[in-house]
Write a protein that binds this ligand. Sequence first.
Ligand SMILES: Nc1ncnc2c1ncn2[C@@H]1O[C@H](COP(=O)(O)OP(=O)(O)O)[C@@H](O)[C@H]1O
Ligand SMILES: [Mg+2]
Length: 412
Amino acid sequence: MEGNIFEKILGQDSLFLDRKAFDHAFEPTTLPHRDREVEALVRNLVDALNGHIPSNMLLYGVPGSGKTVVTRFVLGQLGEKGREMGQPVRTYEINCRQVDTRYRVVQTLATKLSQRGDVPIPFTGWPTDRVLEHLVERMDRAGGVHIIVLDEIDNLVERAGDNLLYNLTNLNTILKRSRCCIIGISNDLHFTQLLDPRVSGRLGQEDLIFHPYGASEITDILTERAKTGLREDVLEQGVVQLCAALAAQEHGDARRALDLLRISVQKAEQRSQTKVDPRHVRLAQSQLEHDQVTPVLQTLPLHQKLVLFSIRINEDNGLRNISTGEVYRTYSDACLNVNVEPLTPRRISTLLNELDTLGMIMARNVSKGRGGRSKQVNSAIPKTVDAITTMSDADPLIAEAARCRYRLQSHL
Ligand SMILES: Nc1ncnc2c1ncn2[C@@H]1O[C@H](COP(=O)(O)OP(=O)(O)O)[C@@H](O)[C@H]1O
Ligand SMILES: [Mg+2]
């Protein structure tokens, strides 16, 4: 090989101007189509600068609808203005998917407020109420207004209940020399149904809904981001629109759209091409689908894998709209082949519903006349994914099942 092996790649001009513009943590300076949401937050939080307590707020919306980025933007500006006015506002952002218990949230907040000489609060072990007492003490010591953002709060409440929210929305009755405001952010639109009415009343003093983005809104977001992140003229006609349209189909997720655009550009770069065209977007889309589905297939429990396997081999044999009876027949054969006790048809029916929820199959009920109903299923795994091989690699029993022979119904 001639020369240094890095040379060829190093010398290549990247199509990116700034790759960081496509990082999930990137904070854009303009937020197209979120003026209303920004303004609602500003109108409420301005109270913190006037020495009042802003209302608690609840922000809802599907993933990728801009909740986190909008909140960060507004809090950043609030902090800036506060410092300028000599009226510091303390803001805390906690992601409840990462900090996922009541104890850890309270411990994290108290630790953020610690000063030299304070007793360190351990990651576990104290009674939560004792940690809460320290938090209150430290908030009062700091004084002023504290704004606590609990991002992806639905995660925590689903698993651990609403005690944390009860405690935090009650703080203002205990605090003496400071005030606090809670902003909860949820991906789940039915989040308040998980809450005690007292808690939901106190938390949802102001609700703010983030609507899913439509294709043209995503187009604007991508165009704006491309200006910062990509060299001029690298995108062929229609690339941005295609990314936007594909992401709009997936509940209007701007994160998905940005990922699609970034991977499309990488696909062009890998092929040493200087322009990104819609074919690269298609490649990016199948990679994303592949990356989404593969870990699900790998981690399905054995019987789910066997059911899906049974559906797939019937499909490979040309059958469509497979009846549950047929699925069960093949599934029992597969169990027999690998010496596993089959589950009852009733359990399999439940497993089919679960596979449907996971997006691995599509099941539909069809009526059979005389009020009888039956279910038909088709797999819903992208064509680019070889489900049987993926499951076989993850589980030797599936590999064994795949080596056996089956009596399959022939299609007409
Ligand atoms: N209006 C917007 N303008 C620019 N970028 C946006 C906008 N809305 C969302 N994004 C980007 O899309 C991605 C997802 O947004 P995010 O705020 O994390 O969504 P959510 O918190 O609702 O799941 C982020 O990379 C963010 O920068
Ligand atoms: Mg978010």
